[in-house]
Design a binder for this molecule. Sequence first.
Ligand SMILES: NC(=O)c1ccc[n+]([C@@H]2O[C@H](COP(=O)([O-])OP(=O)(O)OC[C@H]3O[C@@H](n4cnc5c(N)ncnc54)[C@H](OP(=O)(O)O)[C@@H]3O)[C@@H](O)[C@H]2O)c1
Length: 258
Amino acid sequence: MTIESLFSLRGKIALVTGGSRGIGLMIARGYLDAGAKVYISSRKAEVCDAVAAELCAIGECISIPADLSSEAECNRLAGVIAEREPVLHILVNNAGATWGEPMATFPADAWDKVLDLNVKSVFFLTRALRPQLAAAATADDPARVINIGSIDGIHVPLMETYSYSASKAAVHQLTRHLAKQLGREQITVNAIAPGPFESKMMAATLRDFGDSIAAQSPLGRIGRADDMAGAAIFLASRAGAYCTGTVLPVDGGIATTK
Ligand SMILES: NC(=O)c1ccc[n+]([C@@H]2O[C@H](COP(=O)([O-])OP(=O)(O)OC[C@H]3O[C@@H](n4cnc5c(N)ncnc54)[C@H](OP(=O)(O)O)[C@@H]3O)[C@@H](O)[C@H]2O)c1
């Protein structure tokens, strides 16, 4: 056993949804650094293409734009991947959306928008890519599905983000349910529950409350790109091969020490 054999992703093929910025980009970059070939997907085609082109300086990165809020688009993305790759070793279901509004006016649309992307697309895309994941999987080195949940699915957030916190609790439970179902095919399913990380989604919150949010962590800071990359590489590499159905908080202890 070597450190290289435990953590390297050389020879592996990964898809990271929402890989064009924020947490998805942190993971895509980490996987490229670890030697994987990485597909990224997001809605804005020009941005996705430009980010993939930039990441090619590290390793092979390919952009396939898609709006994953519908089952049809999840199936289309899976079809494009299947045409190019008979096997997929790692699927990271990261693309997500949030909505904050007082309870009195919180609209029905905010439930549909958030649940369609945060929960239903995780199920639809995993199902559509199951044949490629199963084809990549061995008992010694399972294929990996990594869902990005949130500590807001573990504790109750400060903001009035009702559909978001409910969606992330659902992602954690869906992770356990899929892990039970797919284990026999040697596909592991785990979730990362991030605390606060710099991203477009978190920009306003961190601008207004960054210092007090950092102070809630026993470690006194928000997350860094390498904190996220490290956890995602662990779950995707030989090092994480015996973990399935887990929800790993990467939050500096914010939710776990309360
Ligand atoms: N940042 C944090 O502190 C934090 C904490 C806990 C959990 N999370 C979770 O981490 C994940 C990433 O969040 P983030 O903070 O990095 O957010 P972000 O900066 O807003 O990035 C979201 C990514 O998803 C893509 N995306 C959005 N809607 C999409 C759709 N309908 N179809 C396909 N792609 C779509 C975006 O690109 P386009 O806009 O071009 O589609 C972008 O690449 C989410 O699941 C979020 O809930 C984040």
